[in-house]
Ligand binder design. Sequence first.
Ligand SMILES: Cc1cc2nc3c(=O)[nH]c(=O)nc-3n(C[C@H](O)[C@H](O)[C@H](O)COP(=O)(O)OP(=O)(O)OC[C@H]3O[C@@H](n4cnc5c(N)ncnc54)[C@H](O)[C@@H]3O)c2cc1C
Length: 288
Amino acid sequence: MKMPPFEYACPTTLSEAVALLASRDGDAKALAGGQSLVPMLAFRLAQPALLVDLRKLAELREIRISTDGVRLGAMARWRDILDDRQLAAAHPLLKAAVAEVAHYQIRNRGTVGGSIAHADPAAEMPGIAVTCEAEISVVGKSGSRTIKSADFFHGPLMTALAADEIIVDVRLPAWPARRRWGFVEFARRRGDFALAAAAVFYDEDANGRARNAHVGAIGVADRPLRLRPVEAVLNGQFLDEETIAKADAAASAAVAPQDDIHASAAYRRALIGTMVERALRAAHARPV
Ligand SMILES: Cc1cc2nc3c(=O)[nH]c(=O)nc-3n(C[C@H](O)[C@H](O)[C@H](O)COP(=O)(O)OP(=O)(O)OC[C@H]3O[C@@H](n4cnc5c(N)ncnc54)[C@H](O)[C@@H]3O)c2cc1C
């Protein structure tokens, strides 16, 4: 289908972009790489009167690594993350997850902020944000605020973002050097959205027992999930066969997916257990 008619603006400052978004009473949309919004326009799932292109806002493109963690500007593209060599040490889980996003062409244009705002329950970046307890900075006509990832995602394509708000950056807490991690997903074809994915990390105490376990699940609910029952299974334990089997079972029990055209609920429930199991095995086996 052809796209509906819309006006287009390409501001050069963030304040101008916010003013433009606020000018249409909810009938304007930010445009990042267009990798989700343009198909939505073509299918008439979105028909905003005005598109506010963020591509000239250079300050939104920056990736900054500091002792506080990683700050991803909203307009940082998947390609920028994959090309950033420092991120391999500063946030290997992020880098591994982004490598699974879509195809080469889409990774060249798709952005962190676009993915977070779009809130596809099967997308990698929202899952990483929730697993890592990222904070999302936004600015709107009433000023700036920071939203915890746990409070940001309300359902498929639904978020805490107000119509006039722009995501400025996503901040991931600092990543200790010897942290163990794994990211595993299953999709029918390379580059498709995952049927299910697991993101896990944990630290180890002086005896090698897991502590501070974080386990995230993608594609098995209406939003990305933290699987707290699985974390409870892992904390204080050695990652032996018994613990991994318990984590697999706890992951399947912790989710309640729906049947859809891609997979039955029972299949997805079993799959997330297997994804968690494989991610834990990868975390345990990786040299630190
Ligand atoms: C064929 C195909 C396969 C894909 N596979 C995957 C996949 O496997 N995994 C995955 O994670 N993604 C996948 N994607 C989506 C892709 O990752 C996009 O990067 C992502 O959807 C966001 O697109 P974008 O950055 O271009 O944002 P846009 O499409 O420009 O915008 C998306 C939404 O976010 C809003 N928005 C954008 N930036 C901001 C901002 N800074 N502040 C507030 N709102 C904003 C827009 O208004 C719009 O509502 C796929 C896309 C396609 C077309």
